[in-house]
Design a protein around this ligand. Structure first.
Ligand code: 5GP
Ligand code: ZN
Length: 133
């Protein structure tokens, strides 16, 4: 059983901030900012692409409620909501989770760089292939 399944089953303690029969939200053990929270389904899926769509919807509804709640308590200037998928994207725990990260300023604990890559070009055919039908 993976570490987040154990947390979901209360075999490993966590600082829970929301729980229902399907999902659990708890404070990250190694927070990058104050309020850094992980939101997980109790059922195990390796990552977002495997996760049941209704669960994804529910996770996002609760994430939105947490954003509003944290805004009133922590008064951050913004939030990031993100899920790392696979090692190449920085995933280290292979049980789907969303990071909800309150942001205070550009020098807080999260460094997120979107470096523009000039070498990325698309042909018309490639764009057509990318359209979700
Ligand atoms: P990932 O790198 O997979 O996107 O994120 C995994 C996150 O889980 C990390 O931010 C890490 O600090 C957190 N984490 C790992 N193990 C535990 C744990 O046992 N308890 C809690 N609360 N967080 C954990
Ligand atoms: Zn698991």
């Amino acid at each position: 059983m993976c570490v987040f399944c154990k947390i979901a089953n209360h075999e490993i303690p966590s600082k829970a901030v929301y729980e229902d029969d399907q999902i659990l939200a708890f404070l990250d053990i190694s927070p990058v900012t104050k309020g850094h929270t992980l939101i997980i389904p109790k059922q195990h899926f390796d990552n977002f692409s495997d996760c049941d769509s209704e669960l994804v919807k529910h996770i996002h509804e609760v994430s939105k409620d947490l954003v509003k709640h944290y805004q009133s308590i922590l008064n951050p200037k913004g939030f990031n909501l993100l899920s790392n998928m696979n090692t190449a994207a920085g995933q280290s725990v292979f049980h789907v989770h969303f990071h909800l990260i309150p942001r205070y300023d550009e020098n807080d604990g999260l460094v997120l760089l979107f470096n523009h890559d000039d070498s990325v070009q698309y042909t018309k055919e490639e764009i057509n292939q990318l359209i979700l039908k």
